[in-house]
Design a protein around this ligand. Structure first.
Ligand SMILES: [Zn+2]
Length: 419
């Protein structure tokens, strides 16, 4: 890595506010990779991208030569719960999703506020080391957002559950909104159709329209959720009935059809999972508005859910992005590992398409296509660099194969210290 100041013949003309970053190849994710390329950065924005020679001719500033590296946009994690970073390895896979819920509830009962703050901070540090520059974090404790100085761009979602107190939907939402509003980016996450009342979801939708924020929820994640809504039976049905949830919405429906009855999912929504879909659900999806879908490949494997219908959902026009879910059902916060797991299960898609899901598609889900997820003039300077492949390997293949912590990162125009 080499740093020089390009003064273009006159020291007075050197502008310290322009940074030119050169690398062997730049992969912008919009358009083709550019060999011997550079980006010019002013403050936290990309001002220019092109061949190094051309960028250097157009701008004067500090040059950072990354050498034999691939420069690409930082990754976007579209679904995670940093609250549970400290639960890594604590809950082995269970045959029953409901048993996993019982197990995580038992672990959560042992944690203090201090544990959660430490867990979230550790999660941020780990995600960043794995090359994530934007993260959509669902937290069960929206009040903790103010206690944390996040090192990367974060959408804080208040994860809301009112299954034990459905008469307090308004207070639950208002309290979360008051805690989240000081954050740069926030949204609401009514947890799921089995833990959030229709009234709670309706109030979240009202806030989202008023405040212009994003919504997310878990939907059709497990076969036990399907069994509950379709057959009014099964372990999840029994568990929720046992804690006093009114079960009159169960029987003769699917999780998707049940929620679609009262709520219109549109581009404001990111629905996590959608693993369990009936044929009638695909009819609904074909005729309805198009929302975004967060898929978490390794968490999906951990639970052994039904196959995720990636190609069918893509063909219907849904924007599919990638998440890690929490470390209560995953081993680390690497999106590279998520991309590899998805390729393993879906060999028909290309490494480039998988990388799009972890960059461009995540940006689209939060309405930031022009500023995040790609390298173009006007986008935020959220960048990572990886070693250039030996022996002429495909650049996208080698990006997806990258294993470990990224050697270099820039977040919002600042080089991050990753050690
Ligand atoms: Zn989740």
């Amino acid at each position: 890595m080499e740093r020089t100041s390009d003064s273009a013949g006159s020291p007075d003309s050197a502008r310290d506010d322009v940074k030119i970053i050169r690398s062997r190849v730049v992969v912008p994710m919009v358009g083709e990779p550019i060999e011997d390329a550079a980006v010019a950065i002013v403050a936290n924005q990309i001002a220019d991208i092109g061949r190094f020679k051309e960028v250097k001719a157009r701008h004067v500033g500090q040059i950072l030569d990354l050498g034999e590296q691939i420069l690409l946009p930082g990754l976007i994690n579209a679904h995670c719960h940093l609250d549970y970073t400290c639960l890594r390895g604590r809950i082995p896979p269970r045959a029953s999703f409901t048993d996993w819920i019982r197990a995580i509830n038992a672990e959560k009962a042992k944690l203090t506020t201090g544990d959660y703050v430490a867990s979230i901070n550790q999660g941020f540090a780990e995600a960043q080391k794995f090359g994530t520059t934007t993260l959509l974090n669902l937290t069960a404790f929206p009040e903790l957002a103010a206690k944390i100085k996040e090192p990367i761009r974060t959408w804080w979602f208040g994860e809301l559950i009112d299954v034990r107190n459905p008469d307090q939907a308004k207070q639950t939402v208002d309290l979360a909104v008051a805690s989240l509003k000081p954050a740069s980016h926030w949204g609401l996450a009514p947890h799921s159709p089995f833990t959030a009342s229709s009234e709670l979801i309706r109030r979240c939708e009202e806030v989202a329209r008023r405040e212009d924020v994003v919504l997310t929820t878990h939907l059709a994640e497990s076969s036990e959720e399907m069994q509950m809504f379709r057959d009014a039976a099964g372990p999840l049905y029994d568990f929720l009935k046992g804690i006093g949830r009114p079960m009159d919405d169960c029987g003769g429906q699917t999780p998707l059809s049940s929620l679609s009855r009262c709520h219109q999912f549109d581009e404001r929504w990111i629905l996590a999972h959608l693993n369990e879909l009936a044929e009638t659900d695909f009819d609904l999806l074909a005729s309805g508005r198009k929302f975004h879908i967060a898929h978490c490949p390794r968490s999906h494997s951990f639970f052994g859910h039904s196959a995720f219908e990636l190609q069918r959902l893509r063909n219907l026009g849904f924007n599919i992005c990638l998440g890690t879910d929490s470390l209560a059902s995953n081993s680390n916060l690497s999106l590279f590992a998520e991309m590899r797991e998805l390729l393993r299960k879906e060999p028909s898609i290309s490494p480039r398409e998988v990388l799009l899901m972890a960059t461009v598609n995540g940006a689209h889900a939060v309405g930031q296509s022009a500023t995040l997820g790609s390298i173009r003039a006007g986008s935020r300077a959220d960048l990572i660099a990886l070693p250039f492949p030996q022996g002429g390997a495909d650049v996208y293949e080698s990006i997806v194969a990258f294993d470990g912590f990224v050697p270099w990162m820039m977040a919002n125009g600042e080089e991050a210290l990753l050690r």
